[in-house]
Design a protein around this ligand. Structure first.
Ligand SMILES: [Zn+2]
Length: 242
């Protein structure tokens, strides 16, 4: 393709499609190439800047939503209502958020709501988090265990390794079978012994003897409770009975 030696500078009169103002736009192009026509729909500089900024905001909001979805935080726990919350609980969680957390109280006292609020803030600040209902984890682990021990190990590894914070909700909502009792022990033992990379946040509704009665296998119940009791004296752990 032959090319003329000198580029030429031309000024066009355009109307910005956003603010409708007429403005001149000067461009440099090859003389035999008509790069613009008067009246072409091109944003003026301020409108172009504003639109790019709006697009960046939209993009950031989308990415945030994707991160929140990926963290599995249930939609009903994404908006914290201070009127319905327990401020003392929220404050305690926030001040212990760098630790493993075990929160004990009866059902419907706002544990999940408060932990999800702090977890959501962590997600927003870029921390890799995962919310998991223990009932869901249990059925996944039980299904894998029926397949093979290796499949069950894979599930456990995935549960424990991929996150900074793993929030296991309602560990004793259902009675614990031999298999799900084993899962709970393995999770707590991995965190207690430090083999898990993630830190764990958990909620439970029963304590002491009542908690142990949830287990089909009493030895597993005793083992989990023993881990919990030892955790209570460990600086890496925060245990609170609200
Ligand atoms: Zn404009």
């Amino acid at each position: 393709m032959s090319r003329s030696s000198e580029n030429v500078t031309k000024t066009f009169l355009l109307v910005c499609p956003d603010c409708k103002k007429t403005y001149p736009l000067t461009v440099t192009c090859e003389p035999d190439f008509m790069c613009l026509n008067d009246g072409d729909r091109i944003l003026c500089t301020p409108c172009g800047t504003a639109r790019r900024a709006a697009e960046q905001l939209r993009h950031a909001a989308n990415q945030m939503l994707q991160r929140i979805n990926a963290a599995g935080i249930p939609p009903e726990f994404r908006n914290y209502d201070p009127e319905r919350g327990n401020p003392a609980m929220l404050e305690w969680i926030a001040s212990n958020s760098e630790k493993n957390i075990l929160l004990m109280s009866e059902v419907n006292t706002g544990k999940t709501r408060a932990l999800c609020k702090v977890l959501l803030d962590a997600v927003k600040s870029g921390i890799h988090c995962r919310y998991a209902d223990f009932v869901d984890l249990s059925s996944e682990y039980s299904g894998a265990k029926k397949e093979s021990t290796t499949a069950a190990q894979r599930v456990l590894k995935r549960i424990l390794r991929n996150y900074d914070i793993l929030f296991v909700d309602d560990i004793d909502k259902q009675k614990l079978t031999e298999t799900t009792g084993e899962l709970l022990y393995k999770i707590f033992n991995a965190v207690y012994s430090g083999t898990a990379r993630c830190r764990i946040w958990a909620t439970m509704n029963h304590s002491g003897v009542e908690f142990m009665k949830r287990f089909e296998n009493a030895d597993q119940g005793a083992a989990v409770l023993s881990r919990i009791e030892r955790m209570m004296t460990d600086a890496r752990f925060a245990v609170k009975h609200f």
